[in-house]
Each structure stands twice: as C-alpha cells, then as structure tokens.
Design a protein around this ligand. Structure first.
Ligand code: RP5
Length: 173
C-alpha cells in the first residue's frame, strides 16, 4: 500500500482509493492524480470483493479509525466492491464503474448504481472521467470543513475554465 502525504506534518490519509484488481489502476489513476493536484493525502489499495472478501470486511471495519473521510471504490464486471464496502461503513462511498472488456462497463455501471434502498453508493460515470470526478467530489465533501481546500478547488475550477477560454479554436491543438 502506498501512503501519499502532502505536508511536512504527519497527516493521515483522508481518502481511500480502492479497486478490485491491478487491472483497474489505469482507470483509477486519474482520481489519484486529482487528489495529488489538490494536495489531499490518500491511500490506494487493491481489494477484491470476490477474491479477497475477508480483506474487504477488514478494510471497511477499520476505514473510519484509519482516518478516512471518503472511500472511492472502482470495480468492473460484477462490481460488488463499492456496495459491499458501503454496507459495512457509514463513510460516504463513491463508486466508479470500470469499463469491462465484454460489456464496456455497462455491467459495472448497473452493478454499482442499482443499490437497494438503504445502502447508498454515489455512482460516477464509467471510466477515467468517473474516477476524476470521484476525486473532485471527495474534495468538495472535505472542502465543506476545510476552507483552504475549498479555496484550492475554486482555483482548480478557474484554471479549468481558463484553459477552455485559451483554446477556443477547435482546429488548433
Ligand atoms: C473486477 O474484475 C475488477 O474490478 C476488474 O475490473 C475485473 C477484472 O479483473 P481482472 O480479471 O483483470 O483481475 O473484480
């Protein structure tokens, strides 16, 4: 497990990025990149709902005491990871459907989004855009209690707007 800390002080990771397989990392990395940009400490870990179910339970039970505020969970196919984690913790869980090879992630999306009443998973778009947005949404949640982070988010949005305004001619790269 890699712990990324963006401060000279010893601070605990606020966000957990978990995923069902090493093969999900390419999809989930944009979440890590956004958190790094916003200087939010995170952990990244592979936890498979089907291959390591005991680890899933252990992780969910310990997540709050480890200091996480939000869990981002990416999975593909029969994507039980986000829902099962959500069933075992009160921390907000954001689910990212990973594009599967057979059904292009529609299966993952339906698996994650169709939670039964009572156990919510905030479901994002399929793939890298969903992963990036899960990180931004996590930052917005943390930003409610952290004005410095809220300021960084405001600046991030301003920069995004400026990049579009600076490149308005679609024929230019
Ligand atoms: C899921 O099965 C993972 O989240 C991954 O998206 C999918 C395929 O896993 P691998 O067979 O590539 O390990 O559990």
């Amino acid at each position: 497990m890699t712990i990324h800390v963006f401060s000279s002080e010893k601070i605990r990771a606020k966000i957990a990025i978990i995923m069902g397989s090493q093969s999900d990392w390419d999809t989930m990395k944009p979440a890590a990149d956004i958190l790094s940009e916003l200087k939010i400490a995170y952990d990244a870990e592979i936890i498979s709902a089907h291959r390591t179910p005991d680890n899933l339970f252990k992780f969910a039970e310990q997540a709050e005491t480890r200091g996480f505020s939000v869990i981002i969970a990416g999975a593909g196919g029969a994507a039980h990871l986000p829902g099962m984690i959500a069933a075992k913790t009160l921390l907000p869980v954001l689910g990212v459907p990973v594009a599967s090879t057979s059904l292009n992630g529609i299966d993952s999306l339906y698996s994650i989004v169709q939670m039964p009443r009572g156990i919510p998973v905030g479901t994002l778009a399929i793939g890298k855009a969903g992963a990036a947005n899960a990180a931004l949404l996590s930052a917005q949640i943390l930003g409610l209690q952290d004005p410095t982070l809220a300021y960084r988010l405001t600046e991030w949005r301003k920069q995004q707007t400026q990049e579009v305004l600076n490149h308005r001619d679609p024929r230019e790269k």
